[in-house]
Design a protein. Structure first.
Length: 483
């Protein structure tokens, strides 16, 4: 059994290595380049400046050029990679003069650092999650090999990390460890891993409420006050202690702390930048938000609607705590944040995909469909990075690995759900047709962004349906019986 997991792990790493050979975000696009340069620039800044200056504008740190806008753990990771870069070739991280470097050797170095994160964080975390899923939900046929294959070859994460260039593998890996710890009743470990995830990328806030509701509800359910107090104090000191350690360089002054927070939550950047498959970008088609509502007002509207969309699922989790409800609440909360919150990026859909994969044992067909939609929603971004060929190749591999293989085995189930099958077929045909249109039909000069817009609106419609679906599953009796 263990040899199967190892085989899948190495296959998944090979797949990533192959995708690494392709282009990346901002390649050859001076003067700003893209995410690849952003990550390199953070190595340059963290290696050359004291921690206090990492998040502040100054003569040696121009925040308008890819200023650091992720929490401290990302900065420390950049520092570590930057020190390694210095050993390899110090020209990679020289202050200012290294900007825009993208030689073959440098690309190879950068790609290797992502693969290292895959090998040492993401893949092991996924193995642990798959094993904990199987141990917890044996009765519902959660199968560790199947889950691990899905987690390891899900094209969205591979394309964004090893193609576009980011390190979502670290934050998602830490979040997956936290989920696994919840399933395995290790609440201190869950608090520890999740706090690390949150300190790597603030987008992990999409996952925060279900962890909070689950852990609070669990501590409150202790019979004696003493054990309640011990567990609550334990979790609180882990979370606060970790925050204090990671934020130590800035905690000395209020201004410095506020400056870091300001970098992490830049209200000034507007409700969305590129076309993204969320509610506001679709709504913007019929009602131009920027002409009517100021940024600050918009931020409050986003906060209100997001809270409205996430509170019921988390309150339900709090009162009806079960591990199955936890996974559903995680999916619903992440989807609601993606649809309604402020400053959403296309890549944030990966945060919804992680809980979606965890729901696979109960709803295989629905969740594979969701994962396809999630990759579809990122197609404009992937096309900008010249990654369409790897995208299509990975989707074909994914499709065959899961749809054909898994559903053939479960023929009986297939007959039961004919309506759903037809809906999925229609949706998939629609997505393929739009993709073909996007590739073959030139947009008119009047509507240059028409294809990305169509892709965003169609994906947004799908994600809204999935959010309603998730709510129905969580609140219906069916889901209670399934736990
Ligand atoms: C930040 O510093 C750079 C140069 O050091 C300067 O050009 C820029 O205007 C500054 N930006 C802000 C917002 O102060
Ligand atoms: C270091 O990188 C620079 C380009 O950034 C290259 O010109 C130089 O040859 C490299 N040095 C070594 C020792 O590889």
């Amino acid at each position: 059994m263990i040899s199967e997991l190892i085989a899948v792990a190495f296959a998944a790493l090979s797949l990533r290595a192959i995708i690494s050979m392709n282009s990346f975000s901002g390649y050859n696009k001076a003067p700003m380049f893209g995410d690849y340069e952003a990550q390199r620039h953070w190595q340059e800044v963290t290696v050359n400046l004291p921690a206090k200056q990492w998040y502040t504008n100054g003569t040696r740190n121009d925040l308008q050029y890819w200023g650091l806008d992720y929490p401290p753990l990302t900065a420390y990771h950049s520092y570590l990679v930057g020190r390694t870069a210095e050993l390899v070739n110090s020209s990679y991280v020289e202050l200012d003069t290294s900007r825009g470097i993208e030689t073959r050797q440098h690309k190879s170095f950068m790609r290797l650092t992502v693969l290292a994160a895959d090998a040492f964080v993401y893949i092991p975390a996924m193995i642990i999650l798959a094993i904990c899923m199987e141990l917890t939900f044996r009765r519902t046929n959660a199968n560790r090999r199947q889950l691990f294959v899905l987690l390891a070859i899900y094209p969205g994460q591979v394309l964004i990390d090893n193609g576009h260039f980011q390190y979502n593998n670290i934050s998602l890996g830490l979040a997956a460890l936290a989920i696994a710890a919840i399933l395995y009743n290790k609440h201190y470990v869950a608090a520890f891993a999740f706090t690390l995830a949150l300190n790597y990328k603030q987008m992990e806030l999409y996952h925060a409420l279900p962890f909070f509701a689950y852990l609070l509800s669990s501590t409150l359910s202790h019979k004696s006050f003493r054990s309640f107090a011990i567990e609550l104090a334990g979790i609180a000191s882990i979370v606060l202690g970790l925050f204090a350690i990671l934020w130590f360089p800035w905690l000395g002054s209020l201004d410095a702390t506020l400056q870091v927070l300001h970098r992490l939550f830049p209200i000034g950047r507007g409700v969305f930048e590129d076309k993204v498959a969320n509610f506001w970008c679709s709504f913007n088609v019929v009602y131009k938000l920027k002409n009517h509502i100021s940024n600050d007002q918009m931020a409050i509207i986003c906060l209100g609607t997001t809270l409205l969309a996430v509170l019921p699922t988390n309150i339900h989790l709090f009162f009806r705590r079960s591990k199955h409800t936890f996974l559903l609440a995680l999916f619903n909360t992440a989807a609601a944040f993606f649809l309604f919150s402020f400053q959403v990026h296309e890549k944030s859909i990966l945060l919804v995909s992680l809980p979606a994969i965890c729901l696979f044992p109960w709803w295989p067909r629905e969740m594979v469909w969701f994962l396809e939609v999630s990759v579809f929603s990122m197609i404009p971004l992937l096309r900008r990075d010249n990654l369409l060929v790897p995208t299509i190749a990975l989707m074909i591999i994914f499709h065959f690995a899961f749809k054909c293989r898994y559903f053939q085995v479960n023929k009986k189930m297939e007959d039961e759900k004919n309506l759903l099958n037809s809906i999925i077929k229609i949706s998939e045909s629609l997505m393929v047709s739009i993709l073909v249109g996007f590739l073959t039909i030139e947009p008119t000069a009047r509507l240059p962004d028409i294809w990305p817009l169509i892709i965003s609106v169609i994906s947004c419609g799908h994600i809204c349906v999935f959010l309603v679906w998730g709510y129905i599953q969580q609140f219906s009796n069916l889901s209670l019986n399934l736990k």
